[in-house]
Write a protein that binds this ligand. Structure first.
Ligand SMILES: Nc1ncnc2c1ncn2[C@@H]1O[C@H](COP(=O)(O)OP(=O)(O)OP(=O)(O)O)[C@@H](O)[C@H]1O
Ligand SMILES: [Mg+2]
Length: 224
């Protein structure tokens, strides 16, 4: 039995090879895919930085609106930092301290009224949250199966393999990876390289599309 089952937490933790690789798109699409199965599901972004015009956080808007039932901002995000900078530094600048235990409690609390949670990290897997801990520790505490989002651009194979190593070295459950086309054209060989070298299954490839369409993205994903 995994820790998530023991603690009653069901769903996924979504990390990525970098910032801006499609984690929010994939997280929101996974939320929609669960919803399409008739499940109540919460998309969560416990730590977010980078407020945009109108005082909103785009990731939080995407996830709280995709959720079923839709959620309030404070039922989706716990720590919000206006500057678009690394969260541990944003917290330090704001004179706040991020508490990992508090994030874990927040996720478990939000999970009470739904059947699945999809928790989006921020940036990549080893992004720090405090002077001594980061998203990798949060992922370990939550025990949810991890989905690695790989932005399909040049350099992605190396970033993806390094991230897999970091996850697997911690004995965490890596369910698979999802590739996102970040541009209309792919760097030749990227997809083939990932398919040949990634040690875990590919859960989907989301073709380039604009404007973004969650239902379209969800149709290209397999829930692990
Ligand atoms: N398949 C795709 N087609 C078109 N655009 C895409 C696709 N996948 C991702 N993008 C675009 O890439 C950008 C980054 O995506 P997204 O915001 O989901 O990344 P992220 O990893 O969540 O970033 P952050 O680290 O800020 O949370 C967005 O502008 C998104 O629209
Ligand atoms: Mg995001």
């Amino acid at each position: 039995m995994t820790r998530s089952e023991e603690g009653g937490l069901k769903g996924l933790f979504v990390t990525g090879t970098d910032t801006g690789v499609g984690k929010t798109l994939v997280s929101a699409a996974l939320v929609r895919a669960y919803a399409a199965q008739g499940l109540r599901v919460a998309g969560l972004k416990p730590v977010v930085s980078g407020m945009v015009e109108g005082g909103v956080y785009e990731d939080v808007e995407a996830l709280r609106c995709a959720s079923v039932p839709s959620r309030a901002v404070n039922e989706c995000a716990l720590y919000t930092f206006p500057p678009a900078i690394a969260p541990h530094f944003a917290a330090w600048q704001a004179g706040r301290r991020i508490d990992l235990g508090e994030i874990e409690r927040f996720v478990r609390e939000q999970a009470q009224d739904v059947e699945r949670v999809v928790v989006e990290g921020a940036g990549g897997f080893l992004v720090p949250l405090t002077p001594t801990a980061g998203f990798a520790d949060l992922a370990a505490a939550l025990g949810l199966p991890i989905v690695l989002v790989v932005g399909l651009r040049l350099g992605a194979i190396n970033h993806a393999l390094l991230t897999c190593e970091a996850i697997l070295a911690r004995n965490l459950p890596l369910a698979g990876w999802v590739g996102t086309w970040l541009a209309p054209d792919l760097a030749a060989g990227t997809l083939e390289g990932l398919r040949d070298h990634m040690p875990v299954p590919c859960l989907g490839i989301i073709p380039y599309h604009t404007p973004l369409d969650l239902e379209f993205a969800a149709r290209h994903l397999e829930i692990p």
